[in-house]
Design a protein around this ligand. Structure first.
Ligand SMILES: Cc1cc2nc3c(=O)[nH]c(=O)nc-3n(C[C@H](O)[C@H](O)[C@H](O)COP(=O)(O)OP(=O)(O)OC[C@H]3O[C@@H](n4cnc5c(N)ncnc54)[C@H](O)[C@@H]3O)c2cc1C
Length: 383
């Protein structure tokens, strides 16, 4: 399906073993107590997972996007929240690598590679996440500094991240609007408050928060790349890897739902035989596996396109759309196969069903992905 080199295969195997031996035995307790998985995140840091997108001289092991996607897939197979803890971090890593000044790279990337410094991105506002150009968070220059006012919502890892890539308007009057948008690299300080943790259906253990900025001051060199007005297009490129990451989270959840179902269907008996031998159940399993394989292939296609350096918004959008819809369908099918136990909080299946919808909504809803896909189909002249 895809070709990883032997080092990359070893990395994926290391993460798979970590998930089977360290994550799966504790996930139910962490999930149901909504506990921040500090020990597991520390282990992920030790394994170098937060640096997988950061090459030398800032990091140690930069892997292909296919490898990165498979690592994400494995983590999400154990617990989607763990995969979520390194999603925004990777987007910010890629933004810094691609657009950052030398000073910005030196300042942040070495500590991000080890996980000592974690990063997140703040795009969405209470007034809307899809229509980013209508954002109201503003930064104006005063005395050689930016002064930021506004609010953001649903920002993942906001409490545990020391660096926030903040999308905001530095020129609210610009036409078209996107020319007035910049990314500011901000660290916490007076005027920047993580104001509330949002209650959620799933994605437990990691925080999703509201942020408030009141006359919050940052130095003028905080603008990514040192040039104002580039933030919208920078973030669109960053979201390509973000959407590949979300697609990989989705295949991980779908993989876990399928694996549990295949096993259960061989153990559980009714009418004197394992339930997989009832054709209706067998068909469900066959469909689950087929969709999952298609999703993984689309994910790998997006990863390879991204690594080619070509524009990959359509491919990332297709992967994110298909993988997340597949995760939702497969998670529901897993409940069917498990019968009443599928509805029990003592089984993992109900968690997959609560985690899967996030991938439909997060990193741009699937309606927005379809908009991106059709725009690219027309401008590229088809497939
Ligand atoms: C758990 C969680 C974690 C998140 N983490 C982050 C994060 O770390 N950083 C961050 O910035 N954001 C984050 N988000 C926010 C997420 O990206 C937004 O929720 C998402 O982009 C949708 O924005 P919205 O919720 O404002 O919905 P809206 O934009 O209000 O959309 C509502 C509905 O209208 C549809 N719609 C809107 N415009 C169009 C259109 N043009 N065409 C077709 N349909 C349309 C949408 O598809 C959706 O169905 C997170 C969200 C969640 C739930």
């Amino acid at each position: 399906m895809h070709s990883l080199d032997s080092d990359e295969n070893e990395i994926v195997k290391l993460v798979r073993d970590f998930v089977d031996h360290e994550v799966r035995p504790v996930v139910q307790e962490l999930e149901h107590n909504n506990t921040y998985p500090e020990k597991l995140i520390d282990q992920m840091k030790d394994m170098g997972i937060f640096g997988l997108a950061i090459p030398e001289p800032y990091g140690h092991v930069k892997v292909s996007t296919a490898c990165y996607a498979l690592v994400t897939h494995e983590l999400a197979r154990g617990w989607m929240s763990l995969a979520g803890s390194m999603g925004g971090h990777t987007v910010v890593s890629k933004l810094l690598l691609t657009y950052g000044t030398d000073e910005q790279k030196e300042k942040y990337l070495p500590r991000m590679a080890t996980g000592e410094l974690r990063a997140t991105m703040a795009l969405t506002e209470p007034g809307g996440g899809s229509d980013l150009q209508a954002m109201t968070t503003r930064a104006h220059v005063d005395g050689g500094e930016y002064v930021i006012n506004g609010s953001k919502t649903w920002i993942t890892n906001a409490r545990t991240s020391g660096l926030v890539a903040l999308l905001c308007k530095t020129d609210p009057k610009a036409k078209p609007q996107h020319r007035g948008i910049s990314i500011l690299l901000v660290e916490k300080g007076p005027g920047f408050t993580v104001s509330r943790d949002l209650p959620k259906l799933g994605y437990k253990g990691v925080e999703s928060c509201e942020l408030s900025f009141v006359d919050f001051r940052v130095p003028s060199d905080a603008v990514l790349g040192g040039v104002e007005g580039q933030g919208f297009s920078q973030m669109m490129r960053g979201l390509e890897i973000g959407r590949i990451q979300v697609a990989a989270r989705a295949t991980g959840v779908a993989q876990a739902a399928f694996d549990d179902s295949l096993r259960y269907a061989q153990e559980r008996e009714s009418f004197g035989k394992p339930i997989w031998r009832h054709q209706a159940v067998g068909i469900i399993l066959a469909n689950m596996a087929t969709k999952l394989m298609a999703a993984k292939n689309l994910l790998m296609h997006a990863a390879e396109t991204f690594d080619s350096g070509a524009r990959a918004d359509m491919e990332a959008g297709m992967a994110k759309l298909f993988c997340s819809e597949t995760a939702m369908e497969v998670a529901l099918d897993a409940i069917r196969v498990h019968g009443g136990y599928g509805y029990s909080t003592e089984f993992d299946v109900e968690r997959y069903f609560r985690d899967a919808p996030l991938m439909i909504v997060g990193e741009g809803t699937n309606e927005i992905q379809r908009n991106v896909i059709v725009q690219q189909l027309v401008s590229r002249g088809g497939l």
